[in-house]
Design a protein around this ligand. Structure first.
Ligand code: DX5
Ligand code: ZN
Length: 225
C-alpha cells in the first residue's frame, strides 16, 4: 500500500519542519488539497501553492495534487509548474464527457499522470469509460472540503466495485482512497482493493510519523518497507 500524506492541516508556522518529518517517515507522496471556494466552500489555493512550492524546493518526494475546483484548467495551469507526479480533478466539476477527455489529455501534455475523483454520492459507473485513459481513480471517502472528517463506510463497497471492474476489464488503473483514513480502518480499505491511501490528520496529529505511516503502508500484512 502506498501512502500520500495530506498537508492540508499542516500549521503554517512550522510547516517546513513538518514537511521534513513527513519525508523522513517515508511518505510515498505529498497530497496537496486545492480548494477554490466554489466547488467546495473553503479556499486553500494560496496556502497550497505556497506549500507545494516549498515542498518542491526541499524534497524529491513526488507531489500528488488534488483539485477540488470548478475551473479545472485554470488550476492545472497554476500547479503544473510544481511538476507534480499526478493531478486529480473531480468528475462532478466538469460539464460533459468531451470536457473530461480534453482535461485528461491536457494534463498528460504537461508530462503528468492523471487521476479522476468521485464524490461519495457519485456512482463509480460515471468513471468507467475514462479508466483506460487515466492512471488513478480517487474514491472520496468523505465529502470534500475539509480534513478530519469521519470515513464513510459505504466507500468500502465502492472500492470493491471499481476494483472488480478494473480486474474484469484487464485495466491497470490504480485506486486511491481519500478522507478519514487511519490505522484502525486501513486494513478494510486495503482488503477492498485500494492501492494508495491519502491520510491527513491521522498522520499530522500523531506523535510518531514513522510509526503511523509504516502502519498505514503495512495494512493487511503488506511487507514492511
Ligand atoms: C478532503 C481532502 C482530504 C483530507 C484528508 O477534502 O481531500 O485529502 O484533507 O484528510 P483526513 O485524513 O484528515 O481526512
Ligand atoms: Zn484530498
Amino acid at each position: 500500500m502506498e501512502v500520500s500524506t495530506s498537508v492540508l492541516n499542516v500549521k503554517e508556522d512550522n510547516s517546513v519542519q513538518t514537511f521534513y518529518r513527513i519525508e523522513t517517515a517515508h511518505t510515498d507522496y505529498f497530497h496537496i488539497d486545492v480548494m477554490d471556494g466554489e466547488f467546495v466552500e473553503n479556499n486553500t489555493v494560496e496556502k497550497m501553492k505556497e506549500y507545494a512550492d516549498n515542498i518542491k524546493n526541499i524534497s524529491n518526494i513526488p507531489l500528488d495534487v488534488h483539485l477540488m475546483v470548478k475551473d479545472v484548467k485554470k488550476y492545472i495551469d497554476m500547479f503544473i509548474s510544481c511538476e507534480p507526479r499526478i493531478i486529480t480533478f473531480h468528475i462532478e466539476a466538469v460539464e460533459n464527457k468531451e470536457e473530461v477527455k480534453k482535461l485528461i489529455n491536457y494534463i498528460k501534455l504537461g508530462n503528468c499522470k492523471v487521476g479522476v475523483a468521485v464524490n461519495p454520492e457519485t456512482s463509480v459507473d460515471e468513471v468507467h469509460e475514462f479508466l483506460p485513459f487515466i492512471h488513478s481513480v480517487l474514491i472520496m471517502s468523505v465529502h470534500p472540503g475539509r480534513g478530519g472528517q469521519e470515513f464513510i463506510m459505504d466507500s468500502i463497497e465502492k472500492i470493491e466495485l471499481i476494483k472488480n471492474y478494473i480486474k474484469d476489464n484487464n485495466l491497470e488503473t490504480e485506486i486511491g482512497v481519500d478522507g478519514g483514513i487511519n490505522v484502525g480502518n486501513v486494513n478494510a480499505i486495503k482488503e477492498a482493493g485500494a492501492d494508495v491511501v491519502v491520510a491527513g490528520n491521522a498522520i499530522i496529529n500523531s506523535k510518531d510519523y514513522v510509526y503511523t505511516i509504516n502502519r498505514l503502508k503495512c495494512a493487511n500484512g503488506d511487507e514492511v518497507i
